[in-house]
Structures are given as structure tokens and as C-alpha cells.
Design a protein around this ligand. Structure first.
Ligand SMILES: O=P(O)(O)OC[C@@H](O)[C@@H](O)c1c[nH]c2ccccc12
Length: 402
């Protein structure tokens, strides 16, 4: 059985969905009795269904023993409850994106009044593109998990070649060129800009970026909204490109971190607008355990404040594009690096990545003055006939061997 539970402190209660081969999904809540270092934990699961669940845990995995099988309506009710708890938890941290569609409570539901209220008040269609992507991703991941169970992925990860140092490559490029280290994005399309490049050859683009002096590459793997794919990540990696690779995904589940690692990623993206603090903490630990760097992306002051409260973050991305409205404003990078937040970032020696909407040497100079040591650029360079020259145009000079 594969159950991955983020843990912070003793006494904490968490909703839990367990996926097992014997019982498709079973739901309960888990209370943390004794957090041990790392992922090890001692847990007790309780369920209001008539069946008995006993969970014993060891290291990062929970081992199950099921003393009975819940009826399917119990399971549906528990699933729905957990989804609603997840939405509530996110809302309590100021997260506007609902993690699950608040669909109608299953027949026979007689749970907490507040949950029924929450369900009754909200429409069952996504309120913006980020919410839509998040809901779709949740379904997609459930399907992909069936095809690639975690146990098999873990074996693949054990045999995978070592990762490359994403953060180190950015620092070195910054020192070498005096410019922010470039993460060049391999992106065919986006929901806001449509198709960016018709004859899209991901390996050719990646190689051109590398020749042009990119420190790292970002590869979109979302198929539906960005016309990307994990096959691009794999192809770029196996073509011998040396730049470390960021898997540009909407991560909502730990399984995706294993998958990214198995497909050749050196770093993953964690988007604060869709993840709770606890999820970020846990996904960060898991990434580190697998040798991956994590770029934690924020868009506003509130998200920046949350992220600065989480231990162990080395890379923070400031997205100049709102993933809810698509509005792009590069002064967002400057705004979020002013005052107390900027001071804390310098104190912790974090690398800040200026993301999106960067087109000219002036744009680069502007975000560099604001304090970034790295930039993430897609559209302005991917659109060029020759992306290698596109990089020189973006920086106003050749950065490949300076
Ligand atoms: O193409 P641009 O404007 O240079 O942006 C690149 C990158 O910042 C953008 O693609 C991005 C930033 N964060 C994301 C999260 C998901 C998908 C895409 C993104």
C-alpha cells in the first residue's frame, strides 16, 4: 500500500486517503502520535465507518493491515469528506484555489454541518484557469498512478542516474556572467498565449539553449494546457544535454515527484497558490530525498510570507504572471523583494528567480536590480527562429562563454 502523509507535529490531525490494491481507496483521518526524524512516524488511523483500520508505519511508507472492508457508500462519503477538508485547509491559509471540485455530497451523508454548508455555497465549476488545471491534474494523476504504481516508480528511481546540481548551476552561471543565471523554457504553447512555436522540436530547442549559455532548462510536461509532455523531458535528457532540467508541472501529489525523477528531472516546481504549507514542507523533503531541487513559486506578498516561514527552501520563484488572471507585470518581482521579505531572503541567501514576461536586456536589468540571481524565460526566446541567438538578444550580448 502506498500512503504518503506529510507530518509536522505530534497531536496533529490530518485527513488521509489511502490507496491500496485491496481496497481501491479508503478514507479516514490520522492523528500523529510521535513524529520521528525525517519521514518516520507513528500514526493511528481512525475511521467513522464500521470497518476497522489499523495502520502501522515504518520510515517513509505506511504499512497497512485492513481488518474489514468498508461498504462502497462509506468509501464515497469518506472520500468526499477528505476532499472538503482539503479545500477548507487551503482556504484557512488564504489559498483561493479550491483543490477539489466541491461536488454534491454522496447520498446518505450526515457529516459535519459546516461541510454541507461549504458544499452548498459554491458553484461546481472552476473559477479560473489555475483551478481548472488543478482539478484536471488531480484526475490525470489518479489515472497515471494506475498505469505507473508507486512501487514500480521507486524501483526505477533507485536505478536512475544521479541528478545534476540545479541550484549550483544557477549560482555558477551568475558568477561567470554577472547576469542572472538563465533557466530557458522549452514551451510549445500556453493557455494565455496559445501556440508559441508551430514546428516544435524540443531537443533542438534545448540544444540551442545550451549553446546559447543557459544554465538550466525548464521543460513543460503538462499535455492538455501547455502541449508539453514527459517524453520531451526524457528525450532532452537522453540526447546528452548537460544543463540540469526543471520538470514544469502542476504538482498536487507526491507521486508526481517520483515520476519526475524517474523521467530525468533534476528539479521540480511547487506552486504556493495551489499547495498548503504542510504540502510544500512535505514535497520539499521528498524532493530532497530523491536528489531533486525544488523551485517554490509565489505570485503575491501573502504567498511570499508563507514560503518564508517554511524551512529549507533554497529557490524561490516570483511569477510576474498571475496564473488566475494571466496578467503580466514585471514590477511584481520588485514589489515582492522590497522591505522585510527582501531582507529575509538576503539573510537566508536564497536564490530568487524572476519568472515570466521578460523580453529585453532592460527587463533583465530591472529584475536584477530588484535582487534576482536567476530568471526563467520562455516566450521571448522560444519564439525565435534561432533560440541560441534569442538568448544573446535577451541579454544584449553573448553569454555563452563570458
Ligand atoms: O513565457 P514566459 O512569459 O517567459 O514565462 C515563462 C515561465 O515563467 C512560465 O511559463 C511559468 C511560470 N510559472 C509557471 C507555472 C506553470 C506553467 C508555466 C509557468
Amino acid at each position: 500500500m502506498d500512503a504518503l502523509v506529510p507530518v509536522q507535529s505530534a497531536g496533529q490531525r490530518l485527513p488521509l486517503r489511502l490507496v491500496s490494491p485491496s481496497l481501491h481507496r479508503c478514507i479516514g483521518s490520522v492523528s500523529i502520535r510521535r513524529p520521528v526524524s525525517g519521514f518516520a512516524m507513528d500514526t493511528r488511523i481512525s475511521s467513522r465507518s464500521p470497518s476497522q483500520f489499523t495502520i502501522r508505519s515504518q520510515q517513509s511508507d505506511l504499512k497497512e493491515s485492513l481488518g474489514g472492508v468498508a461498504s462502497s457508500s462509506d468509501v464515497r462519503i469518506k472520500e468526499w469528506e477528505v476532499d472538503m477538508y482539503q479545500n477548507e485547509l487551503a482556504i484557512s491559509q488564504g489559498i483561493r484555489i479550491r483543490r477539489k471540485p466541491p461536488s454534491k455530497a454522496p447520498l446518505g451523508y450526515s457529516g459535519p454541518f459546516e461541510l454541507r454548508l461549504l458544499n452548498g455555497q459554491v458553484a461546481d465549476s472552476p473559477s479560473n484557469i489555475l483551478e481548472e488545471i488543478t482539478w484536471f491534474k488531480d484526475q490525470e494523476v489518479s489515472r497515471m498512478k494506475e498505469l505507473n504504481p508507486l512501487e514500480a516508480l521507486k524501483k526505477a528511481v533507485e536505478n536512475a542516474p544521479p541528478t545534476r546540481d540545479f541550484v549550483g548551476a544557477l549560482r555558477m552561471a551568475h558568477q561567470r556572467t554577472g547576469f542572472p543565471g538563465l533557466i530557458a523554457e522549452v514551451k510549445k504553447a500556453s493557455p494565455s498565449r496559445g501556440i508559441l512555436k508551430e514546428n516544435f522540436d524540443p531537443v533542438e530547442i534545448a540544444q540551442a539553449y545550451e549553446r546559447g549559455g543557459a544554465a538550466c532548462l525548464s521543460v513543460l510536461t503538462d499535455q492538455k494546457y501547455f502541449k508539453g509532455g514527459f517524453e520531451n523531458l526524457e528525450a532532452i535528457r537522453s540526447a546528452g544535454v548537460k544543463c540540469p532540467l526543471l520538470c514544469k508541472e502542476f504538482v498536487v501529489d507526491p507521486w508526481q515527484i517520483y515520476y519526475a525523477r524517474a523521467k530525468g528531472a533534476d528539479a521540480v516546481l511547487l506552486i504556493a497558490a495551489i499547495l498548503t504549507d504542510l504540502e510544500i514542507t512535505y514535497l520539499l523533503k521528498l524532493s530532497k530525498k530523491l536528489g531533486l531541487a525544488a523551485l517554490v513559486e509565489v505570485h503575491d506578498e501573502r504567498e511570499m510570507g508563507r514560503v518564508l516561514g517554511i524551512e529549507g527552501i533554497e529557490l524561490v520563484g516570483i511569477n510576474n504572471r498571475s496564473l488566475e488572471t494571466f496578467k503580466v507585470d514585471i514590477s511584481n518581482t520588485k514589489k515582492l523583494l522590497e522591505g522585510e521579505h527582501g531582507r529575509q531572503i538576503r539573510e537566508k541567501d536564497m536564490i530568487v528567480v524572476g519568472e515570466s514576461g521578460l523580453f529585453t536586456p532592460d527587463d533583465i536589468a530591472y529584475v536584477q536590480d530588484a535582487g534576482v540571481k536567476a530568471v526563467l524565460v520562455g516566450e521571448s526566446i522560444v519564439k525565435q527562429n534561432d533560440p541560441e541567438k534569442g538568448i544573446a538578444g535577451l541579454f544584449g550580448r553573448n553569454i555563452s562563454q563570458t
